[in-house]
Each structure stands twice: as structure tokens, then as C-alpha cells.
Ligand binder design. Structure first.
Ligand code: UDP
Ligand code: MG
Length: 333
């Protein structure tokens, strides 16, 4: 069964679910340099796989020629569909839009920069078609080509987040993951506004097969992740999947109060028994500043949660599609 010969009903895509279809979601933000390489490589692999496929390019408000290229590719190749956002909403929103708008029995998310090697797809499909697993996830074995500070921080993040959160987040896990329709439906049902997919994938459960591979550097263009963006992402991961910081704040409060009571008793006893005057405004000032700082820090942690509640309660859409050739496209969700 060649993929190419079975594509005639592809024009019916959209609407209901398609049996035996593999949907490839590709979030693209300013990827005009990398996308042609991705398209060529992915098409080469996919057309030789025993399955029908569609490639859904999600243009996340790119400012370069990504959309033009996506339109051109979809005009040329009936396997290609595109969705284009009204502005940059971020990779999480792009993935969500993809999940909401594909109809395959199997769904895979891949970066446009070939850091997720298409050559792994046949193996992943074989594993999932075996029926034993609902998801085939990938993990980088090493972090070669990455600055050492970044690797160190990443390791630290995974250690912390796994200790305190209820989602299993694997070190080096990529968003490159092949899933069954059941799992994708579960992910779509998680309509939270603050999305952290690495946590969501773990949270929904299902049987997951982990596939490790050597890190590959991006084929062209530049990474969109600065150190600060990564740090914010890491904080998101912790706050979205753990209440541990909130309990820590309560414990801080309890311990501090307890210490203050003990110090107070000591001071009163010293005054009454030995008649020692309480001396030293400098030490007092230090204590006040220390406690004040601690209070603000704790308020900040609570504020992080409150700001997320604020965003969740507004029920703003995750994405707004401005242009697309997907039939029955969900434009806003
Ligand atoms: N991406 C996106 N929206 C963004 C940032 C990134 O859709 O706001 C896409 C990007 O085009 C790429 C994938 O997400 O296909 C991963 O981005 P990148 O390669 O910059 O991240 P890295 O691999 O360095 O973690
Ligand atoms: Mg990349």
C-alpha cells in the first residue's frame, strides 16, 4: 500500500474523523528558511509509509514568508493544509490549534526545523499500530550543541518539577510525539488557557513508549527561545502542575510565627527575670526588613497563581485563525 495511491479522498478532509489517517502538525514561527527542508524530508519519509497522511502547517503569526510558503506548498501538494494565526500566539497555542483541527487516527507534532527527525516516524507508527501503546514519545539522549548553563538549568528544572508536581515530566522529552485519537481527544478536552504541553501529555496518562535519540541541531533559521523565555516556561511548568509553592508559603508562615513567639517569650523572660532592657534597633530593623521581604516573596508566589486564575476565568480564546484551507476549520477556540 503506497501512501500516494490512496490520497484521492484527501479532498474530503475536514469534518469527521478519518480512519487510518496520520496527521502531522507543524507549528511554524518565522520558519521560511527551515520549512522547505522539512517539507522535502518529511514528504520523502511519509510517502513511503503504509498510511495516508496530511501535513498541517500552523503559521503562528510569522513575520517572514512562512505563510506564503505554506500556501504555495498546499497549492502544490494535496497532503498539505495550513492554518494561519492573526498574530503570534506561541507554540503551545499552535499545537492546540493543530489538535483541534486534525482528523487523523494518529496525530504527531513535529518542529519545522528538522530537530524532530522524520526518519523516526515509520518506527513510531509501527509501535503504535502494535496496539500496545497509545503514544510514542521521544526524548533527547544528550544535549550536545547546547550552552552548558542552559543544560544545567534544564536538568535542575526537571529534578525540581518531578519532585513537586503531579505530572510526570521526563528530562529531555520533546513535543515530538505520535498519539492515538483517544489521547488527542483527551488533550483537546483540557481547555486550560495556560498550557504546558509537556505536563499535559503526562497528566492525561495513557500507555507511552519512550524512544531516545541523539540531539540534532536545527537545519536553518534561529531558535525562538531566549534564556528568559525558557525560564518563564520552566516557571509555568511548575506553577501549572503543582501546588507545592503554595504549601511552601504556608509552611514559611507557620515556622516564622513559631520563631517569633519563641523570641518574644525569651525577651519577656529576660526583661522580667534579669531586668535586661531590649537593645539594638539595628537588629530590629534587619528583622523587619527580612520578614517584609519574605512576605513580599510569598505574596509574589500567590500572585503567580492568582494571575493564572485571572487569565483562566476570562475564557479568552487560545488562538485566532485568520486564514486557512482546512475544511470546517475551528477558527477560534
Ligand atoms: N514556534 C512557534 N511559535 C513560537 C515559537 C516557536 O510555533 O512562538 C515553533 C517553531 O517554528 C518550531 C518549534 O516551535 O517549529 C520549536 O521552536 P524552536 O526550534 O525555536 O525551539 P527549540 O527547538 O530551540 O527548543
Ligand atoms: Mg528547534
Amino acid at each position: 500500500m503506497g501512501g500516494r495511491t490512496q490520497t484521492d479522498d484527501h479532498t474530503r478532509l475536514g469534518g469527521e474523523r478519518q480512519k487510518g489517517l496520520l496527521s502531522v502538525i507543524v507549528p511554524c514561527f518565522n520558519e521560511e528558511k527551515a520549512l522547505p527542508y522539512f517539507y522535502a524530508e518529511a514528504t520523502k519519509v511519509l510517502s513511503e509509509m503504509p498510511v495516508r497522511y496530511e501535513i498541517v502547517l500552523v503559521d503562528d503569526g510569522s513575520r517572514d514568508g512562512t505563510l506564503r510558503l505554506a500556501k504555495e506548498l498546499s497549492g502544490r501538494d494535496r497532503h498539505v493544509r495550513y492554518l494561519s494565526f492573526s498574530r503570534n500566539f506561541g507554540k503551545e497555542a499552535a499545537m492546540y490549534a493543530g489538535f483541534c483541527n486534525v482528523h487523523g487516527d494518529y496525530v504527531v507534532v513535529m518542529d519545522a526545523d528538522l530537530q524532530d527527525p522524520p526518519s523516526l516516524l515509520p518506527k513510531m507508527l509501527r509501535i503504535i499500530q502494535g496496539g500496545e501503546y497509545d503514544s510514542v514519545a521521544t526524548r533527547r539522549e544528550n544535549r550536545e550543541g547546547e550552552p552548558p548553563v542552559r543544560s544545567f538549568c534544564a536538568r535542575l528544572f526537571y529534578r525540581i518539577v518531578n519532585r513537586i508536581s503531579d505530572a510526570d515530566i521526563v528530562d529531555g522529552a520533546r513535543d515530538f510525539r505520535l498519539m492515538t485519537r483517544d489521547m488527542v481527544d483527551a488533550i483537546v478536552a483540557m481547555g486550560e488557557y495556560n498550557r504546558f504541553s509537556k505536563g499535559i501529555f503526562g497528566w492525561v496518562g495513557f500507555r507511552t513508549y519512550w524512544l531516545a535519540y541523539e540531539n540534532v541541531e536545527r537545519v536553518a533559521g534561529e531558535t525562538k527561545w531566549s534564556f528568559w523565555k525558557l525560564l518563564r516556561y520552566a516557571l509555568d511548568g511548575i506553577i501549572n502542575f503543582s501546588q507545592a509553592p503554595l504549601s511552601a508559603v504556608s509552611w514559611f508562615g507557620i515556622v516564622m510565627t513559631f520563631l517569633a513567639v519563641i523570641v518574644l517569650i525569651v525577651l519577656v523572660v529576660r526583661r522580667l527575670v534579669w531586668g535586661d532592657p531590649v537593645a539594638g534597633w539595628a537588629s530590629l530593623a534587619c528583622i523587619i526588613i527580612f520578614i517584609g521581604g519574605l512576605e513580599l516573596f510569598c505574596l509574589g508566589i500567590i500572585g503567580q497563581y492568582v494571575s493564572r486564575i485571572f487569565l483562566e476565568t476570562k475564557h479568552r480564546p487560545h488562538f485566532i485563525v485568520e486564514d486557512s484551507n482546512v475544511e470546517d476549520v475551528k477558527k477560534i477556540r
